[in-house]
Ligand binder design. Structure first.
Ligand code: R5P
Length: 281
């Protein structure tokens, strides 16, 4: 069984021991993407590894790769390590329904199986049939040191309750409000953190607004030490700068997205074993 991958997951593909498929994925001089499968995949099970964060070429590479494999009649399992655009899963009048649209494109390929690593919310399930993989065991050694695990918003609460049960550690959660897109305000904290070592748990860090606002609230409430675990480190804009300046002790993210030049405060945890387990299943 071979696997194919888009440029956005090359950093992971390079580490994976499973045989790589033979294919060309390149750009012409004008920037157009070109894909060609160079081996027989008819009726064979293949894996495609991709992540769909901007730029849009990441999405296009995925669609073109799926199209080429489908035309060669491969049976395709898709593993999306980070589902970019998943946060556009609700609309107001006049807005494009972006995540639904991406799912409908994926549905057109009639894929054998789709796995997504820690998608933003379960709402995607309304549009796509996939298996949700949350690799929180990657962060076990960090979680084991926590005295309270905290959800910075209601979206993370279900996971935090699960972690709390599994590791037998108390949990707390916050109510978050977004006065405007990409701005986060914490309204209240439920359950105590005074003099405790706290781990904030989230699916992703994008602008860093959520974890910064949450850490400020935790500090006000007397938390002793604050660290963060998040599956995806998007680190948009000046997120890294904000984290460096904050009172957060350490931030742990996986390498679902390629991480370059991280300051010592940010620890990147390798997804390799987790991915290998899935693609060998
Ligand atoms: C909920 O909105 C999500 O689970 C994350 O909390 C959020 O996407 C993080 O984004 P940011 O870092 O921009 O606050």
């Amino acid at each position: 069984m071979n696997f194919f991958y888009t440029t956005s997951t090359k950093h992971l593909a390079n580490k994976i021991k499973t045989k790589k498929g033979k294919f060309i994925l390149k750009k012409f001089g004008d920037g157009e993407i070109y894909v060609k499968i160079l081996e027989k995949v008819k009726n064979k099970k293949v894996w495609v590894l991709a992540s769909t964060q901007p730029p849009a070429d990441n999405l296009l590479e995925l669609f073109f790769l799926l199209d080429a494999l489908k035309r060669e009649q491969a049976k395709i399992n898709l593993l999306i390590t980070y589902f970019g655009y998943a946060r556009q899963d609700r609309i107001e009048r006049g807005e494009a329904f972006t995540s639904k649209l991406i799912c409908s494109w994926l549905n057109n390929f009639n894929l054998n199986k789709i796995y997504i690593i820690h998608p933003h919310s379960q709402r995607l399930k309304n549009f796509l049939d996939y298996e949700n993989l949350i690799p929180f065991e990657l962060f076990s050694s960090v979680i084991k040191k926590a005295e309270v695990v905290v959800a910075p918003d209601k979206g993370a609460l279900e996971l935090v309750k699960k972690i709390s049960g599994k590791y037998d550690v108390p949990y707390a959660y916050m109510e978050k409000f977004r006065p405007m897109p990409e701005k986060a305000k914490i309204l209240k904290l439920v359950n105590g953190v005074k003099n405790k070592k706290v781990i904030l748990v989230d699916d992703m860090i994008s602008t860093g607004g959520t974890i910064i606002a949450a850490s400020e609230k935790l500090e006000q409430e007397g938390a002793k030490e604050i660290s963060v675990i998040a599956t995806h480190g998007v680190f948009a804009g000046d997120a890294i700068k904000k984290i460096k300046k904050s009172s957060i002790e350490k931030v742990y993210v996986s390498d679902s997205l390629s991480q370059k030049r991280c300051p010592t405060k940010i620890k990147v945890i390798d997804l390799l074993k987790f991915i290998e387990k899935i693609i060998k299943s």
